[in-house]
Design a protein around this ligand. Structure first.
Ligand SMILES: [Fe+2]
Length: 372
């Protein structure tokens, strides 16, 4: 007998039965013996057998009760129980299986049958354990691969955002801040995590269409010619075309397409009204405007976050969704939004020469203030 052999606990108040079972199984297993239910439970406090051969009719605690106690304890749920009893009525057999036993042998038993059944359940238990181990390994591998893919996905999105922003140092970080503001607003509105993630990704990529806008237009001081302004206004559609190729699990391309729409229909490129615009795009629009107003641009100075809020508040319900505007105020307080640091190679003569533009949320050339 070696320590690696499976351990069987025999519980029976009849010593003759115990001896019989020991005799039948002695070559392949180690044994524990208990002469009643209470002693079986006491044995289990310090030992964990692989299988229990359990008599039913015993004084004080019967076999059904022992089995029920065992199956209610998480530590012992995987210990297999086979009832060996003189109770041959179908209702007892059913009760035995309902209590959690894997088998039910009636007395008087045949040696070969007991041996075969014990072997079968030991093999099944081994296979179950191997399967559980394999499942744990697979779960770990899936977890690691998912984390790797998530990391790669985040890096790819970050890289795409950087690609758009690197053409215009003045707007460096704009998309990241918009993503952060928009996520904070969405959280404040109590949106589900999945929708918040869609908003975050859309924020990071919302101006990717500016990859096709000439750099000279992005940061040139002063007003733009009508044709130049029309060129800038193509960036949501360009972004849509780029992003619709990517099988995101969210409508990222559509959200980006809509981020300059306004609820009164005065936005671009399609002049969508009210609920024709996705909630995600309405959130992005408010975050975009607040960030743009509170950031420095070569064609106009930065204003404070408070001024940015005053601007969106003054257009609440007209250009911007009321709930989104209200949530942005709470989100900014809860998350301590601050005016971002000035970015880009700011030249004094450029900003001084440029005629300071007034901030306006309407979709005219003046709204260039909000472009970024
Ligand atoms: Fe934009």
């Amino acid at each position: 007998m070696t320590d690696t052999q499976p351990l069987i606990l025999i519980v029976d108040d009849n010593p003759i039965n115990i001896d019989l079972l020991l005799n039948i199984l002695k070559d392949e297993y180690r044994f524990g013996v208990a002469k009643n239910g209470a002693k079986a439970l006491a044995y289990l406090e310090n030992n964990k057998p692989d299988l229990i051969l359990l008599d039913v009719m015993m004084p004080e605690i019967d076999g059904f009760e022992v089995c029920a106690k065992l199956k209610a304890d998480q530590c012992y749920q995987d210990v297999e129980v086979i009832f060996i009893t003189a109770l041959s009525d179908a209702k007892y057999i059913a009760q035995g299986f309902e209590t959690g036993a894997v088998d039910y042998i009636t007395k008087p038993f045949k040696a070969a049958e007991v041996k075969a059944r014990v072997q079968t359940h030991m093999s099944l238990k081994k296979m179950k354990e191997a399967l559980n181990k394999q499942n744990i390994i697979l779960e770990d591998q899936v977890k690691n691969k998912t984390a790797q893919l998530q990391e790669m996905f985040n890096a790819t999105v970050g890289g795409m955002a950087l690609m758009a922003e690197s053409r215009d140092p003045y707007t460096a970080g704009h998309q990241h801040r918009v993503a952060e503001y928009a996520s904070d607003i969405a959280k404040n509105m109590g949106l589900p995590d999945d929708q918040i993630e869609a908003i975050r990704i859309s924020g990071l990529l919302h101006d990717i269409g500016k990859i096709r806008t000439p750099v000279s237009l992005l940061n040139r001081p002063g007003k733009l010619l009508k044709a130049e302004w029309e060129l800038i206004k193509t960036h949501p559609a360009v972004g849509f075309k780029i992003l619709k190729q990517i099988p995101f699990p969210w409508p990222i391309a559509e959200i980006v397409y809509q981020h300059h729409e306004r609820i009164d229909g005065s936005g671009y490129p399609r002049g969508l009204k009210g609920d024709e615009t996705l909630l995600e795009a309405k959130i992005l629009a408010v975050a975009d405007v607040i960030e743009a107003i509170s950031s420095h641009r070569p064609y106009r100075p930065a204003l404070s976050i408070e001024s940015a809020f005053n601007e969106v508040k003054s257009h609440k319900g007209k250009l911007f969704d009321e709930t989104v505007v209200d949530s942005s105020l709470s989100a900014s307080k809860n998350n301590h939004w601050e005016t971002p640091p000035a970015a880009g190679p700011i030249k004094n003569e450029q900003t001084e020469e440029a005629e300071p533009e007034m901030y306006s949320a309407t979709n005219s050339n003046r709204q260039r203030n909000f472009e970024n």
